[in-house]
Design a protein around this ligand. Structure first.
Ligand code: BGC
Length: 256
């Protein structure tokens, strides 16, 4: 099945058609940069632009960078505060006319990575997936099952949000060397390790393609692997979520 996967971000909204069987993008990735802090209506208009450009009709999946419950955004760390309380699924549906499933962006990326990315992830009991970009997102899997909406980027470490210590945005803003950033990020990893004792940590987001530059500076006992799908995971995972919801709707309607 082909669906439209959307990745809403602090600095850009991206989308592509996703083949949910192979886990691949089957169109160009369309990306629109936005000025921070982006508002809900601006993003909905961009999703419609992406949909039209791709000539797509069908279920949409969207990864949102905050806590999402039943399609409603409950937080908005790197976006406009107007998002809080917004039914993001309804917002996008009203703009596009297509049924839309919304989930946390790191959860979406983690789901894609577990299914189509790092192969050995499926052999571990507890896997912590982290995405490092404007913020730090997390997805925690136990026996392949996701615990949704973990917000480990906002865990306070020595009084400060983890993502304010070692996101990729902080690295770029402060012009940190890989060594210095690696040291700051190690503090986060050691805290997560202490609290959750995962068997594997996967690092995703744009930074995962530069893994070789900083791997030597990460000092933890847990095995770490870079994500395979890099920054396409969010779109692919959102596309997968759209397909799963569409299957559920079909099952419900054939049962009634
Ligand atoms: C948000 C998370 C999100 C992460 C990555 C954080 O600021 O709170 O929900 O997954 O950024 O976008």
């Amino acid at each position: 099945m082909i669906t439209l996967g959307i990745d809403i971000g602090g600095s850009a909204t991206k989308g592509a058609l996703v083949d949910t069987v192979s886990g691949r993008m089957v169109s160009d990735r369309i990306r629109f940069e936005t000025e921070a802090p982006v508002k809900p209506r601006e993003v909905a208009a961009l999703v419609e632009k992406i949909r039209k450009k791709l000539g797509y009709h069908g279920p949409i999946g969207a990864g949102y960078p905050g806590v999402v419950k039943n399609g409603v955004a409950l937080t908005a760390a790197n976006l406009h505060k107007n998002w809080i309380g917004t039914d993001v699924g309804a917002l996008i549906y009203n703009q596009t006319g297509q049924i839309t499933t919304v989930l946390n962006d790191a959860d979406a990326a983690g789901l894609a990575e577990m299914r189509f990315g790092v192969e050995e992830a499926r052999r571990h009991k507890t896997v912590l997936f982290l995405t490092i970009g404007t913020g730090i997102g997390s997805a925690l899997f136990v026996n392949g099952h996701l615990l949704p909406n973990t917000e480990l980027g906002h865990l306070k470490i020595r009084g400060k949000d983890a993502e304010h210590r070692a996101s990729d945005a902080v690295r770029q803003r402060d012009n940190l060397s890989w060594k210095r950033w690696g040291k700051a990020f190690t503090e986060l990893l050691q805290t997560y390790e202490f609290l959750f004792n995962p068997d594997l940590i996967i690092l995703g987001g744009g930074i995962s393609s530069k893994y070789d530059s900083f791997a030597e500076y990460l000092k933890v006992d847990t095995k770490i692997l870079p994500a395979k799908l890099e920054n396409t995971a969010g779109i692919i995972g959102a596309g997968m979520a759209a397909q799963e919801s569409s299957e559920l709707r079909d099952q419900e309607s054939s049962a009634s």
